[in-house]
Design a protein around this ligand. Structure first.
Ligand code: ADP
Ligand code: 5SP
Length: 471
């Protein structure tokens, strides 16, 4: 049996799956938590990967491994390959001002959409580089190379950091993750070094962009490395999503993405024109507030997530007019980095646990419903909507989603689809060929509900009525 491993180095944890390269059958798995916060020292990811791999039985007998990872995080390296400062993650909003500056400097959203298929918001790497240049010029000056979390972990697996290990020139990435930097275009397949230099103040080494099944070298032990990808592109691969398939992921981020054969370039900045991990495209919207809205509401109510789900399902659709605007981390879509969450519509009748639980689920889903409208407007007809991410383990989310989104949703069994996608990519690198190996598609359970447009209408009325964050 030939084994392959897939890694998901996501916001909250590192997950590893080891699968049979031919059948895709799960053989072993492991996971380890990541530190909290929106700034993380990359060695903490390497330590979590080591722990998760050890729990999964290590790479013994594994022929190939690939890494999927949270997108956009800014990993700056000096000439010797040492990390310059802790990485700013995708959900760190301190670069919101830099995003506004960069957008204005290039002449607005249309110019950025034309250049790289996206308009800067605080999540994208390019804005973090400008923040670094403005706030920490000495660190910006020391930065010789810039890469992303999955690129850095792949490079470490190749032996970087070990005596005689590879240098900066060996950094590699893939189309999926490169397309989230703001200085690589999914439409042209080319870097825009001028945009990186505009942000950072000088040029820097960037990872070579590999093809979807191109080997990224090997570990010192001889395990073949796949190019890896951003977590959303890897999830699409793990779910075997095809053009027209929408993946709605409820993890730390809320994501709605659609596999498409054509690149997207939305000058409003709502939809980011990313690439996928197979050679296609992945227009995507992301929110900063998804599963953790459920975590926070459960904590507020002093219940676990199963009880939160039960409470939410016991309240009526629309929660009697109670609306939770879920901007607990600020927000990216819509672009409100300085906003906070809010509760509207409190009455004696709605001031109870069940209504609040329902409002939390509906609030996060309303953000994703706006996202579904936006990705559907990019022109690729929506074939089906798949639910993924840790938050999809909530029965309330699965049952309320079709009412808020207005379409039936398909829920695959709970699983680690990002890590699965990375493992499938590793198997593809071994097998070669034009398409990834055919592994059995995850079965899905279909959830349907009568659409309740009033939920989104009331949400739209109040979502901008929030207080600014205290800085
Ligand atoms: N049964 C459940 N109900 C609701 N949320 C859940 C459930 N199980 C896990 N989660 C949530 O899923 C989130 C983690 O999801 P995951 O997709 O792994 O996140 P990430 O990829 O961002 O690290 C956590 O916030 C966790 O509370
Ligand atoms: O910023 C984005 C997508 O643009 C996020 O989706 C990150 O990629 C983090 O993903 P999770 O850890 O929440 O899965």
């Amino acid at each position: 049996m030939t084994l392959v491993a897939g890694v998901d180095s996501s916001t909250q944890a590192c997950k590893v799956v080891v699968r049979d390269a031919v059948s895709g059958a799960l053989v072993r798995e492991g996971r380890a938590p990541h530190p909290d916060g929106t700034e993380v020292d990359p060695p903490a990811w390497a330590a979590a990967l080591d722990r998760a791999l050890a729990q999964a039985g290590g790479l013994d007998g594994v022929a190939a491994v690939a890494v999927g990872g949270q997108q956009h995080g800014m990993v700056c390296l000096d000439d010797d390959g040492a990390v310059v400062r802790p990485a700013l993650l995708w959900n760190d909003t301190r670069s919101a001002g830099a995003a506004r500056d960069l957008t204005a400097e290039l002449g607005g959203g249309q110019a950025w959409a034309d250049a790289v298929g996206l308009v800067p918001v605080a999540s994208f790497t390019v804005t973090k580089l400008r923040w670094l240049a403005d706030a920490e010029p000495a660190n910006a000056a020391r930065t010789a190379a810039v890469c992303l979390p999955h690129d850095w972990l792949t490079w470490r697996l190749a032996g970087a950091g070990l005596p005689g290990g590879p240098g900066l020139e060996a950094l590699v990435t893939d189309r999926g993750d490169a397309s989230g930097t703001g200085y690589w275009s999914a439409a042209t397949g080319e870097y825009r070094p001028d945009l990186l230099e505009r942000a950072l103040g000088h040029g820097a080494v960037v990872p070579r962009v590999l093809g979807p099944a191109e080997a990224a070298g090997s570990t010192p032990g001889g395990v073949v490395l796949g190019p890896g990808s951003g977590d959303n592109a890897a999830a699409a691969l793990g779910l075997a999503a095809e053009p027209g398939d929408v993946v709605c992921s409820i993890g730390t981020s809320g994501v709605v993405s659609i596999v498409s054969t054509t690149p997207a370039a939305d000058p409003s900045g709502t939809v980011a024109g990313f690439a996928d991990a197979t050679g296609n495209f992945l227009p995507l919207i992301a929110t900063l507030n998804a599963a953790r809205v459920l975590d926070a509401t459960a904590q507020l109510l002093g219940v676990d997530l199963d009880e939160l789900s039960r409470l939410a399902l016991s309240a009526p659709p629309g929660a009697g007019g109670l609306v939770l605007v879920p901007y607990l981390e600020g927000e990216r879509t819509p672009d409100r980095p300085d906003s906070t969450g809010a509760l509207h519509g409190l009455t004696l009748a709605t001031a109870d646990r069940a209504h609040l639980a329902r409002a939390a689920v509906e609030g996060l889903l309303c953000g994703l419903a706006d996202g579904l409208d936006a990705v559907a407007a990019t022109g690729t007809p929506v074939r089906r909507v798949l639910l993924a991410g840790g938050g999809a383990r909530s029965e309330a989310v699965r049952r309320i989603a079709p009412a808020v989104l207005g379409v039936p949703v398909l829920a695959p069994p709970p699983g680690e689809y990002v890590a699965d996608g990375a493992a499938r990519q590793a198997a593809w690198v071994l097998a070669g060929g034009e398409a990834p190996p055919e592994w059995p598609r995850p079965g899905t359970e279909r959830y349907e509900a009568d659409p309740v447009p009033a939920v989104r209408e009331r949400y739209a009325d109040v979502r901008d009525l929030t207080a600014p964050r205290l800085r």
